[in-house]
Design a protein around this ligand. Structure first.
Ligand code: UN1
Length: 493
């Protein structure tokens, strides 16, 4: 069986304990992808020490030079895109056209980070006093800990790792235990691009090791994507340690379809939003809010398309929807369907494991629609992270917005309408970080801020220029060339 190692200080090494864990494919539980280093506190010590040492040189490398390396990272991801897509699909399940898109998001992020190193603008401001100038510029912070989920095993890590390194920080990265192979490839690519030893380190392992990264006193910033439960626990630790943490957590995103919408377009949107990545995106559409005039008609249209979705191994080019990540997740889908039906939901289609004997060894759940759900139902409120869509009826535009905002989370939201006033009012009033008009709740682009409000985030935005706010501190400089003591607020009044 193939063995995969950690990447620390530019070297490929086993866990100090020698321990390993296995990762299996969600499409076929008999397909063991490999044996991966099971890192612990001692490995965290080594990786953080390497990153701390490397930081002293890396922070002094001119930003555009760091950018040249980021450009190479983008070039190598481009070269390896199709090969990597297959590796990712085998370990996390989504079809290869989606994993290729995942890699493309990292390519876009790498080129964006590269170009940003020629900007990283500061600000010059007139001083209150003579012969004095005030300016402020960004500085790197130090060692950054990156902890991510398995559903976007290359894109989401890239949103954190590449801007952090471009800005002059060094990184210790813990990929998800369910997508460690992608983490290994990330390191291979950084190594080939010429990222110096210690600037980027990968520790494979499980959740408890992630917490050790967070607690380590030499790790100054944490970038986390995962569940709200774990994110809030880590934020508590960081609060006590006065450590910066950027959180991207859960979602229960809704698509509103008004009675004037282009229904065919709205249908394509919800199919992609709800069942793309098997519903396992933090941006997935998990609530569909339909205006009462089109409620029954739209549900019929949706059912007709959903039952035809081709489910299978993501490595098969004909597959439209792959498995869920593991058996535990499949059991969770079964549980939530039971709860929803007990609470009064109406099963439109799906609701059970896929019966096809050819798929019996994988974690396949039928794409599921449950209608007649309202804000008091568990399914309307609980994040499922699977292919289970609930449908609610809205009496009016105002009711649709109220239903939309009845949510603990606030990542993305979408409205389909041709009424320009409704569209702008929704844009203003939806309680989300990302708002879509006439397109689904998924599909963020790498050059725009990404993140949510309420239970989804803590005020940070990855993606685009805002990612650099997470990984830099502002330094304010007062530069006095008057050759005398000028006392602010005193001598000039
Ligand atoms: C995630 O689900 O963690 O907007 C990220 C999207 C993708 C990113 C999703 N570009 O759906």
């Amino acid at each position: 069986m193939t063995k995969f190692k950690n990447y620390i200080d530019g070297k490929w090494v086993d866990a100090v304990s020698g321990k390993t864990f296995k990762n299996i494919s969600p499409a076929n539980q008999n397909d063991i992808i490999g044996e991966f280093a099971l890192s612990d506190k001692e490995d965290v010590e080594l990786a953080v020490a390497a990153a701390k040492k490397a930081y002293e040189k890396w922070r002094l490398v001119p930003a555009p030079k760091r950018g040249e390396i980021m450009r190479k990272v983008g070039d190598i991801f481009t070269r390896r895109k199709q090969e990597l897509a297959k590796i990712m699909t085998r370990e996390m399940g989504k079809p290869t056209f989606e994993t290729a898109g995942d890699v493309q998001e990292a390519i876009d992020t790498a080129y964006y980070a590269s170009s940003e190193t020629r900007r990283l603008f500061g600000t010059t401001v007139p001083s209150e006093m003579d012969n004095k100038i005030n300016l402020a510029f960004r500085t790197p912070i130090g060692v950054v800990g990156v902890i991510t989920a398995w559903n976007f095993p290359i894109a989401v890590p890239s949103w954190k790792i590449l801007p952090a390194i471009a800005a002059g920080n060094t990184v210790v990265f813990k990929p998800s235990k369910d997508a460690p192979h992608s983490g290994v490839i990330f390191a291979e690519i950084m190594e080939e691009a010429g990222v110096p030893a210690g600037v980027f380190n990968v520790l494979l392992g499980k959740g408890s090791m992630g917490e050790q990264i967070v607690r380590h006193p030499d790790v100054k910033v944490i970038g986390f994507t995962g569940s709200t439960e774990i994110g809030c626990q880590l934020a508590e630790i960081c609060g006590k340690l006065n450590k910066r943490i950027s959180l991207e957590m859960g979602g229960k995103n809704a698509q509103i379809v008004m009675n004037d919408a282009n229904l065919d377009l709205a249908l394509d949107g919800v199919l992609w939003g709800a069942f793309g990545t098997t519903g396992q995106r933090c941006t997935a559409t998990s609530r569909l809010i339909l205006h009462k005039d089109i409620y029954d008609k739209f549900i019929d249209m949706l059912k007709e398309r959903v039952v035809k979705l081709r489910i299978g191994d993501g490595l098969d080019p004909k597959t439209e929807m792959g498995p869920v990540i593991h058996m535990q997740s499949l059991e969770n889908c079964e549980r939530i369907v039971k709860v929803a039906l007990k609470e009064g939901g109406r099963l439109i289609c799906g609701g059970k494991r896929v019966a096809d004997p050819a798929l019996k060894d994988g974690c396949f759940f039928e794409p599921t629609i449950i209608a007649d759900v309202n804000e008091n139902h568990t399914l309307f409120n609980e994040e499922v992270f699977g292919p289970v869509l609930c449908v609610a009826k809205a009496d009016s535009f105002e009711h649709a917005i109220a239903l939309h905002n009845h949510c603990e989370y606030g990542l993305s939201g979408s409205i389909y309408t041709k009424n320009v006033n409704w569209a702008w009012e929704a844009t203003r009033d939806m309680e989300v970080g990302i708002c879509y008009v006439n397109s689904p709740t998924i599909g963020a682009e790498a050059n725009m801020p990404f993140g949510g409000i309420k239970g989804t985030g803590n005020g940070n935005r990855e993606g685009g220029w805002t990612a650099f706010d997470i990984f830099t501190e502002w330094k304010t400089v007062y530069f006095d060339y008057s050759d005398k003591l000028q006392r602010a607020q005193i001598d000039n009044h």
